[in-house]
Write a protein that binds this ligand. Sequence first.
Ligand code: PMP
Length: 453
Amino acid sequence: MDERAGVDAQRVAQLWQRESAGYAREHPRCLALRERARLSMPHGVPMSWMASYFAHPPVWVAEGHGAHFTCADGRRFLDTNVGDKSTFCGIDPAPVVRAVQRRAAAGAQFMLPTEDAIAVAEELARRWGLPAWQFTLSASQANTEALRLARHATGRPKVLSFVGNYGGHGDELLVAYAGRRRLSYLGLAPFAGRDIDAVQFNHVEALEGALSTGAYACVLTEPALTNEGVVLPDPGFHKRLRALTRETGTLLVLDETHTLICGPGGLTREWGLAPDMVVVGKAIGAGLPLGAYGMSAELSAAFERGRSLEGEPGELATGGTLFANALSMAVARAALTEVLTPEAYEHAARLGEHLADGLEAIIGGHGLPWKVQRLYPRAGIDFSGRLARSAGEADDDEQPELNSLLRLYLANRGIWEAISTAGPAMSVAATEDDVAAYLVAFGEFVREVSASD
Ligand code: PMP
Protein backbone atom coordinates (compact mmCIF):
# COMPACT_ATOMS: atom_id res chain seq x y z
CA MET A 1 0.00 0.00 0.00
CA ASP A 2 1.30 3.52 -0.66
CA GLU A 3 0.44 7.05 0.40
CA ARG A 4 -1.76 7.69 -2.65
CA ALA A 5 -4.53 5.72 -0.89
CA GLY A 6 -4.72 8.42 1.77
CA VAL A 7 -5.05 6.01 4.74
CA ASP A 8 -2.66 4.79 7.42
CA ALA A 9 -0.96 1.47 6.59
CA GLN A 10 -0.66 0.52 10.26
CA ARG A 11 -4.36 1.01 10.79
CA VAL A 12 -5.08 -1.19 7.78
CA ALA A 13 -2.84 -3.92 9.23
CA GLN A 14 -4.53 -3.70 12.65
CA LEU A 15 -7.99 -3.90 11.16
CA TRP A 16 -6.87 -6.89 9.10
CA GLN A 17 -5.85 -8.73 12.30
CA ARG A 18 -9.12 -7.95 14.03
CA GLU A 19 -11.32 -8.85 11.05
CA SER A 20 -9.40 -12.09 10.35
CA ALA A 21 -10.01 -13.25 13.92
CA GLY A 22 -13.70 -12.39 13.54
CA TYR A 23 -13.97 -14.28 10.28
CA ALA A 24 -12.38 -17.40 11.82
CA ARG A 25 -14.76 -17.22 14.79
CA GLU A 26 -17.82 -17.02 12.53
CA HIS A 27 -16.84 -19.81 10.12
CA PRO A 28 -15.81 -22.93 12.08
CA ARG A 29 -17.61 -25.33 9.74
CA CYS A 30 -16.27 -23.72 6.54
CA LEU A 31 -12.74 -23.87 7.93
CA ALA A 32 -13.20 -27.53 8.93
CA LEU A 33 -14.46 -28.37 5.41
CA ARG A 34 -11.34 -26.76 3.97
CA GLU A 35 -9.11 -28.89 6.18
CA ARG A 36 -10.97 -32.04 5.13
CA ALA A 37 -10.76 -30.98 1.47
CA ARG A 38 -6.99 -30.58 1.68
CA LEU A 39 -6.78 -34.39 1.87
CA SER A 40 -8.45 -34.88 -1.52
CA MET A 41 -7.85 -31.64 -3.46
CA PRO A 42 -4.79 -29.42 -4.01
CA HIS A 43 -5.12 -26.21 -1.98
CA GLY A 44 -8.21 -27.75 -0.38
CA VAL A 45 -10.59 -26.57 -3.12
CA PRO A 46 -12.03 -28.21 -6.27
CA MET A 47 -10.78 -25.37 -8.51
CA SER A 48 -7.77 -23.34 -7.45
CA TRP A 49 -9.32 -19.88 -7.99
CA MET A 50 -11.85 -20.72 -5.27
CA ALA A 51 -9.02 -20.14 -2.82
CA SER A 52 -6.45 -18.04 -4.63
CA TYR A 53 -8.69 -15.03 -5.20
CA PHE A 54 -8.94 -14.26 -1.48
CA ALA A 55 -6.43 -13.35 1.20
CA HIS A 56 -8.81 -15.14 3.63
CA PRO A 57 -10.16 -18.74 3.43
CA PRO A 58 -13.21 -19.21 1.17
CA VAL A 59 -16.68 -19.96 2.53
CA TRP A 60 -18.33 -23.21 1.45
CA VAL A 61 -21.81 -22.63 0.07
CA ALA A 62 -24.93 -24.43 1.27
CA GLU A 63 -27.53 -22.77 -0.99
CA GLY A 64 -28.50 -19.55 -2.70
CA HIS A 65 -31.61 -17.72 -3.85
CA GLY A 66 -31.98 -14.47 -5.79
CA ALA A 67 -29.05 -12.21 -4.89
CA HIS A 68 -28.09 -14.03 -1.67
CA PHE A 69 -26.43 -17.24 -0.60
CA THR A 70 -25.86 -19.01 2.70
CA CYS A 71 -22.63 -20.68 3.73
CA ALA A 72 -22.08 -23.94 5.62
CA ASP A 73 -22.01 -21.95 8.87
CA GLY A 74 -25.49 -20.59 8.15
CA ARG A 75 -24.32 -17.04 7.48
CA ARG A 76 -26.16 -15.20 4.71
CA PHE A 77 -24.40 -13.03 2.12
CA LEU A 78 -25.47 -10.50 -0.47
CA ASP A 79 -23.57 -11.75 -3.52
CA THR A 80 -21.94 -8.84 -5.33
CA ASN A 81 -19.37 -11.10 -7.01
CA VAL A 82 -22.26 -12.67 -8.99
CA GLY A 83 -20.02 -15.62 -9.83
CA ASP A 84 -17.69 -13.21 -11.64
CA LYS A 85 -20.69 -12.22 -13.82
CA SER A 86 -21.92 -15.81 -14.41
CA THR A 87 -24.93 -15.43 -12.07
CA PHE A 88 -26.00 -12.02 -13.30
CA CYS A 89 -29.45 -13.62 -13.92
CA GLY A 90 -29.69 -14.18 -10.14
CA ILE A 91 -28.81 -17.42 -8.42
CA ASP A 92 -31.99 -19.41 -9.07
CA PRO A 93 -34.21 -17.59 -11.62
CA ALA A 94 -37.55 -19.43 -11.86
CA PRO A 95 -37.59 -19.77 -15.71
CA VAL A 96 -34.11 -21.33 -15.60
CA VAL A 97 -35.04 -23.72 -12.78
CA ARG A 98 -38.10 -24.80 -14.83
CA ALA A 99 -35.99 -25.24 -17.97
CA VAL A 100 -33.45 -27.40 -16.11
CA GLN A 101 -36.17 -29.60 -14.64
CA ARG A 102 -37.97 -29.98 -17.97
CA ARG A 103 -34.84 -30.67 -19.99
CA ALA A 104 -33.14 -32.98 -17.45
CA ALA A 105 -36.33 -35.07 -17.36
CA ALA A 106 -36.35 -35.24 -21.19
CA GLY A 107 -32.61 -35.85 -21.67
CA ALA A 108 -29.74 -33.44 -21.03
CA GLN A 109 -27.32 -34.62 -23.67
CA PHE A 110 -27.51 -36.41 -27.03
CA MET A 111 -24.55 -35.08 -29.02
CA LEU A 112 -27.27 -34.05 -31.45
CA PRO A 113 -28.94 -30.65 -31.91
CA THR A 114 -32.18 -29.64 -30.22
CA GLU A 115 -34.52 -26.89 -31.43
CA ASP A 116 -33.55 -24.69 -28.48
CA ALA A 117 -30.15 -24.16 -30.16
CA ILE A 118 -31.84 -22.43 -33.12
CA ALA A 119 -33.88 -20.19 -30.83
CA VAL A 120 -30.71 -19.21 -28.91
CA ALA A 121 -28.66 -18.58 -32.07
CA GLU A 122 -31.49 -16.47 -33.53
CA GLU A 123 -31.80 -14.42 -30.35
CA LEU A 124 -28.04 -13.84 -30.09
CA ALA A 125 -27.99 -12.84 -33.77
CA ARG A 126 -30.79 -10.35 -33.14
CA ARG A 127 -29.01 -8.88 -30.11
CA TRP A 128 -25.48 -8.64 -31.51
CA GLY A 129 -26.21 -8.15 -35.20
CA LEU A 130 -24.03 -11.09 -36.26
CA PRO A 131 -25.90 -13.80 -38.20
CA ALA A 132 -24.13 -17.08 -37.35
CA TRP A 133 -23.25 -18.70 -33.98
CA GLN A 134 -21.42 -21.69 -32.51
CA PHE A 135 -21.50 -23.00 -28.96
CA THR A 136 -18.97 -24.30 -26.45
CA LEU A 137 -19.03 -24.95 -22.70
CA SER A 138 -17.13 -21.83 -21.66
CA ALA A 139 -16.00 -18.44 -22.89
CA SER A 140 -12.38 -19.64 -22.75
CA GLN A 141 -13.22 -22.30 -25.31
CA ALA A 142 -15.24 -19.83 -27.38
CA ASN A 143 -12.23 -17.49 -27.52
CA THR A 144 -9.96 -20.37 -28.52
CA GLU A 145 -12.27 -21.35 -31.40
CA ALA A 146 -12.77 -17.71 -32.44
CA LEU A 147 -8.99 -17.35 -32.81
CA ARG A 148 -8.84 -20.55 -34.88
CA LEU A 149 -11.52 -19.21 -37.19
CA ALA A 150 -9.74 -15.86 -37.50
CA ARG A 151 -6.45 -17.57 -38.41
CA HIS A 152 -8.17 -19.92 -40.85
CA ALA A 153 -10.13 -17.12 -42.54
CA THR A 154 -7.20 -14.73 -42.94
CA GLY A 155 -4.30 -17.15 -43.32
CA ARG A 156 -2.39 -15.04 -40.79
CA PRO A 157 -0.89 -16.77 -37.76
CA LYS A 158 -0.59 -13.89 -35.32
CA VAL A 159 -3.10 -12.31 -32.94
CA LEU A 160 -3.03 -8.90 -31.28
CA SER A 161 -4.63 -8.17 -27.93
CA PHE A 162 -4.31 -5.66 -25.11
CA VAL A 163 -2.36 -6.12 -21.90
CA GLY A 164 -4.84 -6.96 -19.16
CA ASN A 165 -7.42 -8.34 -21.59
CA TYR A 166 -8.23 -11.68 -19.95
CA GLY A 167 -9.68 -14.03 -22.53
CA GLY A 168 -9.74 -17.26 -20.56
CA HIS A 169 -7.25 -19.88 -19.49
CA GLY A 170 -5.93 -20.98 -22.90
CA ASP A 171 -2.10 -20.84 -22.85
CA GLU A 172 -1.69 -18.02 -25.35
CA LEU A 173 -4.57 -16.02 -23.86
CA LEU A 174 -2.83 -16.07 -20.48
CA VAL A 175 0.35 -14.79 -22.12
CA ALA A 176 -1.49 -11.88 -23.73
CA TYR A 177 -3.18 -11.04 -20.43
CA ALA A 178 0.15 -10.89 -18.62
CA GLY A 179 1.53 -8.79 -21.48
CA ARG A 180 4.87 -10.56 -21.64
CA ARG A 181 6.28 -13.96 -22.54
CA ARG A 182 8.25 -14.30 -19.34
CA LEU A 183 5.41 -15.59 -17.26
CA SER A 184 4.47 -15.77 -13.65
CA TYR A 185 2.09 -18.60 -14.60
CA LEU A 186 3.60 -22.06 -14.28
CA GLY A 187 3.03 -25.02 -16.56
CA LEU A 188 2.45 -23.22 -19.87
CA ALA A 189 3.97 -24.59 -23.08
CA PRO A 190 7.42 -23.00 -23.55
CA PHE A 191 6.41 -21.44 -26.85
CA ALA A 192 2.98 -20.28 -25.71
CA GLY A 193 2.50 -16.70 -26.73
CA ARG A 194 4.93 -16.78 -29.64
CA ASP A 195 2.09 -15.78 -31.97
CA ILE A 196 0.21 -13.39 -29.74
CA ASP A 197 1.23 -9.80 -29.00
CA ALA A 198 -0.30 -7.25 -26.69
CA VAL A 199 -0.15 -3.46 -26.51
CA GLN A 200 -1.61 -1.20 -23.83
CA PHE A 201 -5.33 -0.36 -24.14
CA ASN A 202 -6.02 3.20 -25.39
CA HIS A 203 -2.47 3.54 -26.78
CA VAL A 204 -3.42 4.32 -30.36
CA GLU A 205 0.15 4.78 -31.60
CA ALA A 206 1.21 1.35 -30.38
CA LEU A 207 -1.90 -0.10 -32.01
CA GLU A 208 -1.17 1.64 -35.31
CA GLY A 209 2.43 0.43 -35.24
CA ALA A 210 1.45 -3.17 -34.62
CA LEU A 211 -1.41 -3.32 -37.14
CA SER A 212 0.58 -1.60 -39.90
CA THR A 213 2.68 -4.78 -40.17
CA GLY A 214 -0.39 -6.56 -41.61
CA ALA A 215 0.66 -9.63 -39.62
CA TYR A 216 -2.40 -10.11 -37.45
CA ALA A 217 -5.41 -12.31 -38.09
CA CYS A 218 -7.44 -10.36 -35.57
CA VAL A 219 -7.50 -8.02 -32.63
CA LEU A 220 -9.12 -9.72 -29.63
CA THR A 221 -10.39 -7.41 -26.93
CA GLU A 222 -13.16 -6.66 -24.48
CA PRO A 223 -14.89 -3.38 -25.43
CA ALA A 224 -13.90 -2.09 -21.96
CA LEU A 225 -11.35 -4.03 -19.91
CA THR A 226 -13.06 -5.59 -16.91
CA ASN A 227 -10.39 -7.67 -15.26
CA GLU A 228 -8.13 -4.82 -14.11
CA GLY A 229 -10.77 -2.79 -12.39
CA VAL A 230 -12.76 -1.13 -15.17
CA VAL A 231 -10.70 0.44 -17.97
CA LEU A 232 -12.95 2.44 -20.28
CA PRO A 233 -11.98 3.30 -23.86
CA ASP A 234 -11.02 6.91 -24.51
CA PRO A 235 -13.47 8.82 -26.71
CA GLY A 236 -12.82 7.81 -30.33
CA PHE A 237 -10.72 4.74 -29.41
CA HIS A 238 -13.17 2.21 -30.80
CA LYS A 239 -13.69 4.20 -33.97
CA ARG A 240 -9.95 4.24 -34.57
CA LEU A 241 -9.62 0.54 -33.69
CA ARG A 242 -12.30 -0.39 -36.21
CA ALA A 243 -10.83 1.85 -38.93
CA LEU A 244 -7.31 0.47 -38.41
CA THR A 245 -8.46 -3.15 -38.38
CA ARG A 246 -10.42 -2.61 -41.61
CA GLU A 247 -7.54 -0.80 -43.34
CA THR A 248 -5.12 -3.62 -42.50
CA GLY A 249 -7.43 -6.56 -43.25
CA THR A 250 -7.46 -7.50 -39.57
CA LEU A 251 -10.60 -9.01 -38.04
CA LEU A 252 -12.07 -7.47 -34.89
CA VAL A 253 -13.18 -9.93 -32.20
CA LEU A 254 -15.00 -8.43 -29.21
CA ASP A 255 -15.16 -10.53 -26.07
CA GLU A 256 -18.40 -9.59 -24.33
CA THR A 257 -18.29 -12.36 -21.73
CA HIS A 258 -18.38 -9.76 -18.94
CA THR A 259 -19.72 -6.69 -20.69
CA LEU A 260 -22.88 -8.50 -21.81
CA ILE A 261 -24.24 -7.51 -18.38
CA CYS A 262 -24.45 -3.93 -19.68
CA GLY A 263 -27.47 -4.49 -21.91
CA PRO A 264 -29.08 -6.81 -24.47
CA GLY A 265 -26.38 -6.93 -27.14
CA GLY A 266 -23.71 -5.86 -24.64
CA LEU A 267 -21.50 -2.85 -25.31
CA THR A 268 -21.55 -3.71 -29.02
CA ARG A 269 -25.12 -2.51 -29.12
CA GLU A 270 -24.87 0.13 -26.38
CA TRP A 271 -21.93 1.81 -28.10
CA GLY A 272 -22.80 1.01 -31.73
CA LEU A 273 -19.68 -1.10 -32.40
CA ALA A 274 -19.26 -3.29 -35.48
CA PRO A 275 -17.12 -6.38 -34.73
CA ASP A 276 -16.56 -9.28 -37.13
CA MET A 277 -16.94 -11.72 -34.25
CA VAL A 278 -18.35 -11.58 -30.73
CA VAL A 279 -17.61 -13.97 -27.86
CA VAL A 280 -20.04 -14.49 -24.98
CA GLY A 281 -20.39 -16.86 -22.04
CA LYS A 282 -21.10 -16.85 -18.31
CA ALA A 283 -24.47 -15.06 -17.82
CA ILE A 284 -26.04 -16.34 -21.04
CA GLY A 285 -25.91 -19.81 -19.44
CA ALA A 286 -27.37 -18.44 -16.17
CA GLY A 287 -24.65 -20.18 -14.17
CA LEU A 288 -24.61 -23.36 -16.24
CA PRO A 289 -21.75 -24.16 -18.62
CA LEU A 290 -22.08 -22.31 -21.92
CA GLY A 291 -19.94 -20.20 -24.21
CA ALA A 292 -20.73 -18.96 -27.72
CA TYR A 293 -19.29 -16.93 -30.55
CA GLY A 294 -21.03 -15.07 -33.30
CA MET A 295 -19.65 -14.28 -36.74
CA SER A 296 -20.35 -12.34 -39.91
CA ALA A 297 -21.76 -14.06 -43.02
CA GLU A 298 -18.27 -13.99 -44.60
CA LEU A 299 -16.75 -15.73 -41.60
CA SER A 300 -19.58 -18.25 -41.54
CA ALA A 301 -18.67 -19.11 -45.15
CA ALA A 302 -15.00 -19.39 -44.17
CA PHE A 303 -16.02 -21.64 -41.27
CA GLU A 304 -17.69 -24.02 -43.73
CA ARG A 305 -14.81 -23.89 -46.19
CA GLY A 306 -13.11 -27.27 -45.92
CA ARG A 307 -9.81 -26.17 -47.47
CA SER A 308 -6.89 -24.16 -46.26
CA LEU A 309 -5.89 -21.06 -48.25
CA GLU A 310 -3.23 -23.27 -49.88
CA GLY A 311 -5.95 -25.63 -51.09
CA GLU A 312 -5.26 -28.48 -48.64
CA PRO A 313 -8.42 -30.34 -47.57
CA GLY A 314 -9.22 -30.02 -43.88
CA GLU A 315 -11.68 -29.18 -41.18
CA LEU A 316 -11.75 -26.26 -38.76
CA ALA A 317 -10.72 -27.50 -35.30
CA THR A 318 -13.87 -26.85 -33.28
CA GLY A 319 -16.32 -28.80 -31.14
CA GLY A 320 -16.44 -30.98 -28.03
CA THR A 321 -18.55 -33.89 -26.80
CA LEU A 322 -20.71 -31.81 -24.46
CA PHE A 323 -20.65 -28.53 -26.44
CA ALA A 324 -24.16 -27.28 -27.25
CA ASN A 325 -25.70 -30.01 -25.10
CA ALA A 326 -29.48 -29.98 -24.80
CA LEU A 327 -29.43 -28.76 -21.18
CA SER A 328 -27.17 -25.74 -21.81
CA MET A 329 -29.27 -24.72 -24.81
CA ALA A 330 -32.57 -25.02 -22.92
CA VAL A 331 -31.17 -22.92 -20.10
CA ALA A 332 -29.79 -20.24 -22.45
CA ARG A 333 -33.15 -19.99 -24.18
CA ALA A 334 -34.91 -19.43 -20.86
CA ALA A 335 -32.24 -16.98 -19.67
CA LEU A 336 -32.31 -14.90 -22.85
CA THR A 337 -36.04 -14.80 -23.44
CA GLU A 338 -37.42 -14.77 -19.89
CA VAL A 339 -34.73 -13.38 -17.58
CA LEU A 340 -32.36 -11.08 -19.49
CA THR A 341 -35.12 -8.79 -20.73
CA PRO A 342 -34.52 -5.11 -21.54
CA GLU A 343 -36.37 -4.18 -18.33
CA ALA A 344 -34.14 -6.48 -16.25
CA TYR A 345 -31.03 -4.86 -17.73
CA GLU A 346 -32.38 -1.39 -16.99
CA HIS A 347 -33.16 -2.39 -13.41
CA ALA A 348 -29.65 -3.78 -12.79
CA ALA A 349 -27.97 -0.76 -14.43
CA ARG A 350 -30.04 1.60 -12.26
CA LEU A 351 -28.93 -0.26 -9.13
CA GLY A 352 -25.30 -0.11 -10.30
CA GLU A 353 -25.61 3.63 -10.76
CA HIS A 354 -27.15 4.09 -7.31
CA LEU A 355 -24.36 2.00 -5.84
CA ALA A 356 -21.69 4.10 -7.57
CA ASP A 357 -23.41 7.35 -6.48
CA GLY A 358 -23.52 6.10 -2.90
CA LEU A 359 -19.86 5.08 -2.92
CA GLU A 360 -18.87 8.46 -4.27
CA ALA A 361 -20.85 10.28 -1.58
CA ILE A 362 -19.26 8.23 1.22
CA ILE A 363 -15.75 8.64 -0.14
CA GLY A 364 -16.24 12.38 -0.68
CA GLY A 365 -17.71 12.75 2.82
CA HIS A 366 -14.46 11.45 4.30
CA GLY A 367 -12.20 13.50 2.01
CA LEU A 368 -10.52 10.42 0.54
CA PRO A 369 -8.90 10.60 -2.93
CA TRP A 370 -10.45 7.31 -4.15
CA LYS A 371 -12.26 7.27 -7.50
CA VAL A 372 -15.38 5.29 -8.39
CA GLN A 373 -15.54 3.15 -11.53
CA ARG A 374 -18.88 2.84 -13.30
CA LEU A 375 -20.01 0.26 -15.81
CA TYR A 376 -23.80 -0.14 -15.90
CA PRO A 377 -24.68 -2.64 -13.10
CA ARG A 378 -21.11 -2.68 -11.87
CA ALA A 379 -19.15 -0.25 -9.71
CA GLY A 380 -15.67 -0.36 -8.24
CA ILE A 381 -13.01 1.69 -6.56
CA ASP A 382 -9.63 2.91 -7.65
CA PHE A 383 -7.88 3.52 -4.34
CA SER A 384 -5.06 5.56 -5.88
CA GLY A 385 -7.10 8.53 -6.96
CA ARG A 386 -7.36 8.18 -10.74
CA LEU A 387 -9.36 6.06 -13.16
CA ALA A 388 -6.84 3.90 -15.04
CA ARG A 389 -6.71 4.19 -18.85
CA SER A 390 -4.78 0.96 -19.32
CA ALA A 391 -3.92 -2.22 -17.44
CA GLY A 392 -0.42 -0.80 -16.93
CA GLU A 393 -1.89 2.13 -15.01
CA ALA A 394 -4.31 -0.16 -13.17
CA ASP A 395 -1.40 -2.36 -12.02
CA ASP A 396 0.51 0.69 -10.81
CA ASP A 397 -2.53 1.87 -8.88
CA GLU A 398 -3.41 -1.37 -7.12
CA GLN A 399 -3.52 -1.27 -3.32
CA PRO A 400 -3.79 -4.98 -2.49
CA GLU A 401 -3.80 -4.65 1.31
CA LEU A 402 -6.67 -2.19 1.23
CA ASN A 403 -8.54 -4.20 -1.35
CA SER A 404 -8.17 -7.40 0.71
CA LEU A 405 -9.25 -5.66 3.87
CA LEU A 406 -12.36 -4.25 2.19
CA ARG A 407 -13.50 -7.69 1.04
CA LEU A 408 -12.85 -9.29 4.47
CA TYR A 409 -14.54 -6.43 6.28
CA LEU A 410 -17.60 -6.70 4.04
CA ALA A 411 -17.67 -10.52 4.37
CA ASN A 412 -17.92 -10.09 8.15
CA ARG A 413 -20.97 -7.90 7.56
CA GLY A 414 -22.89 -10.15 5.19
CA ILE A 415 -21.60 -8.83 1.85
CA TRP A 416 -19.73 -11.18 -0.50
CA GLU A 417 -17.56 -8.70 -2.39
CA ALA A 418 -16.32 -9.27 -5.94
CA ILE A 419 -13.03 -11.10 -6.45
CA SER A 420 -9.77 -9.24 -6.80
CA THR A 421 -10.34 -5.82 -8.40
CA ALA A 422 -13.59 -6.84 -10.12
CA GLY A 423 -15.79 -4.44 -8.15
CA PRO A 424 -19.33 -5.14 -6.91
CA ALA A 425 -22.04 -5.81 -9.49
CA MET A 426 -25.80 -5.92 -9.03
CA SER A 427 -27.61 -8.89 -10.58
CA VAL A 428 -31.08 -8.63 -12.05
CA ALA A 429 -32.33 -10.25 -8.81
CA ALA A 430 -30.88 -7.51 -6.57
CA THR A 431 -32.96 -4.69 -5.05
CA GLU A 432 -32.52 -1.14 -3.76
CA ASP A 433 -32.36 -2.66 -0.26
CA ASP A 434 -29.31 -4.64 -1.35
CA VAL A 435 -27.61 -1.47 -2.59
CA ALA A 436 -28.42 0.20 0.73
CA ALA A 437 -27.00 -2.76 2.68
CA TYR A 438 -23.76 -2.59 0.70
CA LEU A 439 -23.45 1.13 1.32
CA VAL A 440 -24.05 0.81 5.08
CA ALA A 441 -21.23 -1.75 5.36
CA PHE A 442 -18.97 0.29 3.07
CA GLY A 443 -19.67 3.43 5.12
CA GLU A 444 -18.56 1.63 8.31
CA PHE A 445 -15.43 0.45 6.53
CA VAL A 446 -14.50 3.94 5.36
CA ARG A 447 -15.17 5.42 8.80
CA GLU A 448 -12.92 2.87 10.49
CA VAL A 449 -10.13 2.80 7.96
CA SER A 450 -9.84 6.58 7.79
CA ALA A 451 -10.25 7.25 11.55
CA SER A 452 -7.28 9.11 12.99
CA ASP A 453 -7.45 7.87 16.61
N1 PMP B 1 -13.47 -13.51 -21.30
C1 PMP B 1 -13.45 -12.65 -20.28
C2 PMP B 1 -13.50 -11.18 -20.55
C3 PMP B 1 -13.38 -13.11 -18.97
O1 PMP B 1 -13.32 -12.24 -17.96
C4 PMP B 1 -13.36 -14.50 -18.75
C5 PMP B 1 -13.32 -15.08 -17.34
N2 PMP B 1 -13.19 -14.23 -16.30
C6 PMP B 1 -13.37 -15.35 -19.85
C7 PMP B 1 -13.43 -14.83 -21.12
C8 PMP B 1 -13.30 -16.84 -19.67
O2 PMP B 1 -14.48 -17.30 -19.12
P1 PMP B 1 -14.53 -18.78 -18.55
O3 PMP B 1 -13.60 -18.79 -17.37
O4 PMP B 1 -15.95 -18.95 -18.16
O5 PMP B 1 -14.08 -19.67 -19.63
